[in-house]
Design a binder for this molecule. Structure first.
Ligand code: HPA
Length: 272
């Protein structure tokens, strides 16, 4: 069996044989936000299923592809669809794409996701800038021997969500006259949504948002030296806050509605 570094090298070679765009910035697109990639110019789309080391995503709305292109003239890589731990994939597979991005020379990654709003001041459709996370997934992508070529054994997590990039995202939001509030993302394993009691617990713990992705990618990205910025689309109020039950279809619909403001925010952010 190849080592992680050998696999990363093989994946990189394959990607470079398909595309010569060398982006400094990458974005992972969460539920319902995949349409963002359509706006890229000079697109090269590589389905995950064709990339050595990648796994196909299975969730509806997560057609997986790595897409390289230009946004406002700047080269960018988009991960359209991500692999989730709740699909049964091992955690090192979940974070493999992020590690590939780092291995390709990407320096900054924008992690996006759909989340449930725990903070009662939030509204469905609102975008929230992630300023920290609570990893309740029960997983950690750095378990096992450390890959010192990637990063250190005990990475400091104080500035996982890069303060400078957050400031830059706030500037992009001001330009759009968008009030971008900041919040703490609690990452759970899923795939069942939370019970109302769990949502109350998460609020007590300091979570503003809850979702089933991002935390492990953020850990792996930060470990590998990538600067991380996270934007969450509150697609629903977390369970028990409103009377209604949660559905994946409603969540996607709400993420789609938020696309326009999301697009503008990210385009401005990248232009800077
Ligand atoms: N909980 C967990 N994940 C989610 C939610 C939620 O309420 N909404 C979107 N992703």
């Amino acid at each position: 069996m190849n080592s992680l570094m050998e696999n990363l090298e093989e994946t990189k070679k394959y990607i470079l044989s398909k595309c010569d765009i060398k982006p400094e910035i990458a974005i992972t697109l969460g539920s319902g936000l995949g349409r963002f990639a359509e706006s890229l110019e000079d697109k090269v789309e590589i389905p995950y299923s064709e990339i050595p080391g990648f796994f196909q995503t299975t969730v509806q709305g997560h057609a997986g592809a790595l897409i390289f292109g230009k946004l406002g003239g700047k080269p960018i890589a988009c991960m359209k669809g991500r692999i989730h731990a709740y699909e049964g994939h091992a955690i090192d597979q979940v974070v493999y794409p992020v590690r590939v991005l780092a291995h390709l020379g990407v320096k900054k990654v924008i992690l996006t996701n759909a989340s449930g709003g725990i903070n009662k001041s939030y509204k469905p459709g609102q975008l929230v800038l992630i300023n920290d996370h609570i990893n309740l997934s029960g997983l950690n992508p750095l378990l096992g021997p450390n890959h010192s070529e990637l990063g250190v054994r005990f990475p400091d997590m104080t500035y996982t969500y890069c303060p400078e990039l957050r400031e830059q995202m706030q500037k992009a939001a001001s330009k759009q006259n968008y009030e971008l509030v900041e919040g703490v993302y609690s990452g759970v394993l899923g795939p069942s949504y939370e019970t109302p009691a769990e949502v109350r617990m998460l609020r007590t713990l300091g979570g503003d948002l809850v979702g089933m992705s991002t935390v492990n990618e953020a850990i792996a990205a930060h470990h590998a030296g990538l600067k991380v910025v996270g934007v969450s689309c509150v697609t629903n109020m977390a369970a028990g806050i409103l009377k209604e039950q949660l559905s994946h279809a409603d969540i996607e619909h709400e993420a789609n509605k938020a696309m326009e403001v999301f697009m503008k925010l990210i385009t401005d952010f990248i232009a800077e």
